[in-house]
Design a protein around this ligand. Structure first.
Ligand SMILES: Cc1cc2nc3c(=O)[nH]c(=O)nc-3n(C[C@H](O)[C@H](O)[C@H](O)COP(=O)(O)OP(=O)(O)OC[C@H]3O[C@@H](n4cnc5c(N)ncnc54)[C@H](O)[C@@H]3O)c2cc1C
Ligand code: FES
Length: 274
């Protein structure tokens, strides 16, 4: 973990409701899929705390490394970020968190499930698994999507996985499968009956809870990337602690989402305490 001063290459809105930020680091760093950074604009005093963003994509080159982020403008921190222009500098602490574990088993289909702005946590994982020749499918849910809008993040995933490996679910049926993304996953499991599968998921807590239930019902392993309000991002404030249990003793342990997470095995999360 280091504090990097990075230069913005681009920062622009992207359909259906996100912003895409691309920055340049002067050196290449090792990043695991699912890791994040804590960001703030330079000489920023308000808001005081940095904001967490997961690393969406990365590209190494002769001048160092470019990182991409997808974010949703919600409050003061992300509004300030959306006002930054190419050439401006940001402070980025990272990479932080544990990242997704490597999938050593070759015969297992990886089922990636995301809701809304959970999607960026899954790109590096998808790309790495596909590069290793693993079977990968992505299910992504949005409340609604303009019928004719182009979706650049989908094109990223389509290049990595092939368009047939991607299912878009919209709650109002405006595009793709009509219903919740977890319903799309259940329909697929019912239809395709993969012999062995593993879930990787990131999105709103109710979606993750449902993913955990489906995994339990079908006796499938599942990893979930949790979100928590974070102040420091590196383990000292304890503001992000969540109650978890270990499979070995079922005793509750508080674990910090920023250090021991954000990725947890779904059965270790005590869902009714989130
Ligand atoms: C490990 C991690 C990775 C993340 N990666 C991304 C990412 O790649 N892209 C992205 O858009 N967002 C991501 N987030 C969420 C992002 O950090 C928050 O949206 C951001 O901090 C909001 O800051 P703000 O100042 O704009 O909003 P605030 O003014 O702080 O809050 C505005 C609203 O957003 C809600 N909110 C704030 N923080 C969170 C949070 N962590 N989770 C859920 N709701 C929140 C608040 O409850 C409030 O309703 C991530 C969070 C974590 C913990
Ligand atoms: S955010 Fe401070 S301990 Fe996790």
């Amino acid at each position: 973990m280091r504090d990097h001063r990075v230069r913005i290459l681009s920062n622009a809105p992207e359909p259906p409701a996100y912003w895409r930020l691309r920055v340049r680091l002067s050196e290449a760093i090792a990043i695991r899929p699912g890791q994040f950074v804590m960001v703030r604009t330079r000489e920023q005093w308000e808001p005081l705390w940095r904001r967490a963003l997961v690393i969406y994509r990365m590209e190494e080159h002769a001048e160092g490394m470019d990182l991409e982020f997808l974010y949703k403008v919600l409050g003061r921190g992300t509004t300030l970020l959306s006002r930054q222009r190419p050439g401006d500098e940001l402070e980025m602490l990272g990479p932080l968190g544990n990242g997704f574990p490597p999938n050593a088993e070759t015969e297992v289909e990886a089922i990636l499930i995301s809701g809304g702005i959970g999607l960026p946590a899954l790109y590096l994982l998808a790309e790495g698994l596909a590069r290793d020749g693993r079977a990968v499918r992505l299910f992504h849910g949005e409340p609604t999507v303009e019928p004719n809008a182009s979706l650049p993040f989908f094109e990223d995933f389509a290049r990595a996985l092939g368009p047939e490996a991607i299912t878009l679910a919209t709650e109002d049926g405006s595009r793709g499968f009509q219903g919740l993304v977890t319903e799309a996953v259940e329909a697929y499991l019912q239809r395709a009956r993969p012999r062995r599968a593993i879930f990787y998921a990131c999105g709103p807590t109710p979606m993750l809870r449902r993913v955990a239930e489906i995994a339990t019902q079908r006796e499938l392993p599942a990893y979930v990337s949790l979100e928590a309000r974070m102040a420091c991002g590196f383990g000292v404030c304890l503001g992000c602690a969540v109650k978890t249990q270990f499979a070995s003793d079922r005793a509750p342990h508080y674990r910090r989402v920023c250090v021991e997470g954000p990725i947890f095995r779904a059965e270790e999360v005590i869902w009714n305490e989130l």
